[in-house]
Design a protein around this ligand. Sequence first.
Ligand SMILES: [Fe+2]
Length: 203
Amino acid sequence: MPKRYELPPLPYAYNALEPYISEEIMRLHHDKHHLSYVNGANAALEKLEKYRKGEMQIDVRAVLRDLSFHFNGHMLHSIFWPNMAPQGKGGGQPGGYLADYIARDFGSFDAFKKEFSDTAKTVEGVGWAVLYYDSLNDQLLVLGVEKHNLMHAANLSVLLALDVWEHAYYLQYKNDRASYVDNWWNVVNWDDVEARLRKALGK
Ligand SMILES: [Fe+2]
């Protein structure tokens, strides 16, 4: 029997990211939206389980598309929450390996920040900006992700993810995605991003 995915708790209080991200957004985003991806992935697994036993006819392509969509939604949100930290712990600039890699691969922190922000602001429709570690070339890459998976690159380690679905900002920022992106830098948890890079590097 396939294992089921579970909603991880937020690593801080719902209001911990205020004033940059409101408690109302965090409650809905975590408790409703993220949960729906967990449930969607598990529903796809259940259909596959019945299909494997011959108990159910399914459209395999549609079910696998559902599984990919919901699984990636679950995975990206599970990284997005610890990628952020309350005021005083988040924001500023990274140190460690991350600072060295950013300086080497983007030229400067400001150049990286601009590229990541521009990516987030210009994702078409809904999606994510993601900082990856590419082990093939030992380098960092920023990519835009449409929805949760279109344009997603295989075998890259997600280090930092920014959710630019409307559910992530609309209640507070309305259609001003750019202000949400600019304010989000105040809550980035660089220690978490550095830990993900060290894990990818095997350090
Ligand atoms: Fe989201």
